[in-house]
Each structure stands twice: as structure tokens, then as C-alpha cells.
Write a protein that binds this ligand. Structure first.
Ligand SMILES: CC(C)(COP(=O)(O)OP(=O)(O)OC[C@H]1O[C@@H](n2cnc3c(N)ncnc32)[C@H](O)[C@@H]1OP(=O)(O)O)[C@@H](O)C(=O)NCCC(=O)NCCS
Length: 272
């Protein structure tokens, strides 16, 4: 089909207009979908420190490129590559298919943090099996899959905030159990996960070679620990595995000048 130059110009104007409209609709959607907003410190603790605004919202596939770019920055800045598993964009694409699975935090610099959920189902690598959840509970398990904060924005409790929002989302969706995996070397992440009420239920090799705590929270009936407490050096892996095998659960972390300790105790329901 032949089109005249004038027709082509009209079409192009129409297309530009619809693109502007689409962008506007997207912006309105984003503003109305803000979960939380406020101010945080960029470059906390350095001479470049400044206060900036942030917004938290659920992300969709349009944000995938920004997510992959942030993942790359995280990897470049890791002091120990073992603590963080990277994922390809196809992997994240699948996550966006489940609504509200991915939370992002944005500043004027763009995407600065993300938190991703995974719904393993009964067939997948369900961490519920690592902690001996009854088989009829496995379909109620959700994983806190991965989390990242841009190095310039760390120290603002963004992991704790995003995971807190996701825990409420999971409960509203009718799931009862949240599980996650964390390296014993990743103290910032471990502390944040404890602060959202998850506790250590296992310590084992996952994905062939990665040593990981498996942490869990029953959203309907959170564990109550007490009254016996055993504190153990966080570097003592064998000692912790032994305690876990004896039915103890890790519920708290204490930073020391030369390391850290994990407090273990028994579920109150089991001790009484
Ligand atoms: C784990 C992580 C998400 C935590 O980020 P965060 O939410 O900003 O952490 P917090 O705000 O709780 O910071 C806690 C403290 O540790 C410091 N801190 C956090 N991450 C740090 C890091 N990677 N290096 C140095 N210090 C760090 C903060 O400055 C803060 O100190 P302060 O209490 O004196 O202010 C972030 O470190 C990160 O993205 N790490 C790389 C990816 C990763 O390990 N993800 C988890 C496994 S999936």
C-alpha cells in the first residue's frame, strides 16, 4: 500500500500523541501505586552524604532493564561473590507474571533497590522441605528470593522495609509460610531478616556448594522462643548444625568487635 508524505506525517503525529498519552497513563499508574515514600540518606556516613526522596512501588516487566543494570552494579561491588546469586533476565521475567512479586525503590537516580518473591509450589525447590514442613503445607510457602540495595543507598534499612511490605502482601494473598536462604557470611542481610521475625531452622549446603541458613516464619503462628538461650560464635558452623539437629532454632544475632554471635533457643511450644 502506498501512503503519501502528508499521510505519513499525520500518522507519525498520531503515534507520537498516543506515545505521550501512554507515557502519561503509565506515570499516573506509577504515582497511584506508590506504597511508601519518604527521605533517605545517599552515601551515608561519607562526606558526600545527602538527603534524597524515595518511592517504593511494585514493579512490572517494564522495569526489567533497570533491574538487570542494578544487579550488575551489585555484582561489581560484592566483596565476596559467594553470598549473592545472580539471575538472567528470563528468570526475572517469570517472576513479573505473578502480581506484586517484585518491589522496587526509586530515587531521582532511578531504581536503587529491589526485593523479589518466589512461589515454589509443591514441585519446585521448596525450602519447606529443607525444614520438614508437613507436605500439605508446602503449597502455602513463599520464598523471599533475592534482595539488593545500590551501594550508595545502604544503611537506610531498605531491605527490612521492602521485606516487611512483602510479608504483609504474602499474608493478604493467603500464604502461611515465608522462607528464605542466607549466607552465614552475609551479616547485614541476616540481621534484617531476623528483624522481620524469621528464624534459622537449618544450615546446609544448597545449590551444590553454597552454605546457607534456611530461615522461616509461620505467618499465622510465629514461633515463641524461650526461656533457654545458647549463644554461639557465628563462625562455628559445626556447633550450629549440632544445635539445629537437637531442635534449637536461631533467633537473634549480636555483632561483636571481632565477629558475631547467634542466639539459639527452643520453640516455647516444644519446651512446655
Ligand atoms: C544485604 C543488603 C540488601 C542490605 O542493605 P541495607 O538494607 O541497606 O542494609 P541496612 O540498612 O540494614 O544496613 C545495615 C548496616 O550495614 C551497613 N551495610 C549494609 N550493607 C553493607 C555493605 N554491603 N557493605 C558495608 N556496609 C553495609 C550499613 O551501612 C548499615 O550500617 P549502620 O547501621 O551503621 O548504618 C545490601 O548490603 C546488599 O544489597 N548487598 C548485596 C546483595 C546481597 O547480599 N543480597 C542478599 C542476598 S540475596
Amino acid at each position: 500500500m502506498l501512503i503519501t508524505a502528508q499521510k505519513a506525517r499525520d500518522l507519525s503525529i498520531q503515534l507520537t500523541k498516543s506515545q505521550v498519552l501512554l507515557n502519561y497513563v503509565k506515570e499516573v499508574e506509577q504515582v497511584s501505586s506508590v506504597i511508601e515514600a519518604g527521605r533517605i540518606r545517599k552515601n551515608k556516613g561519607s562526606i558526600l552524604q545527602e538527603d534524597v526522596c524515595y518511592e517504593m512501588r511494585f514493579m512490572d516487566e517494564d522495569d526489567l532493564k533497570d533491574m538487570m543494570a542494578l544487579e550488575e552494579i551489585i555484582v561489581q561491588n560484592l566483596s565476596d561473590k559467594e553470598i549473592f546469586r545472580t539471575h538472567a533476565s528470563d528468570y526475572f521475567k517469570d517472576h513479573f507474571k505473578v502480581e506484586n512479586s517484585v518491589i522496587g525503590i526509586f530515587s531521582d537516580d532511578g531504581l536503587i533497590a529491589y526485593n523479589v518473591l518466589y512461589f515454589p509450589g509443591v514441585e519446585g525447590d521448596n525450602f519447606g522441605t529443607d525444614i520438614d514442613l508437613p507436605s500439605d503445607e508446602l503449597d502455602k510457602v513463599v520464598h523471599l528470593e533475592t534482595v539488593a540495595v545500590h551501594p550508595a543507598f545502604r544503611g537506610n534499612s531498605l531491605q527490612r522495609k521492602m521485606e516487611g511490605v512483602h510479608l504483609r502482601t504474602i499474608q493478604e494473598m493467603g500464604y502461611n509460610h515465608v522462607c528464605c536462604m542466607v549466607s552465614p557470611k552475609n551479616r547485614s542481610s541476616l540481621q534484617n531478616i531476623f528483624s522481620n521475625g524469621l528464624i534459622i531452622k537449618a544450615l546446609k549446603i544448597k545449590f551444590g556448594w553454597r552454605l546457607r541458613y534456611i530461615m522461616h516464619k509461620n505467618l499465622l503462628h510465629p514461633s515463641a522462643i524461650g526461656p533457654e538461650e545458647i549463644r554461639i560464635n557465628g563462625f562455628n558452623i559445626e556447633g550450629q548444625v549440632d544445635l539445629l539437629q537437637k531442635g534449637f532454632l536461631g533467633f537473634q544475632m549480636t555483632e561483636l568487635a571481632d565477629g558475631f554471635e547467634i542466639s539459639y533457643g527452643k520453640d516455647y511450644a516444644v519446651t512446655t
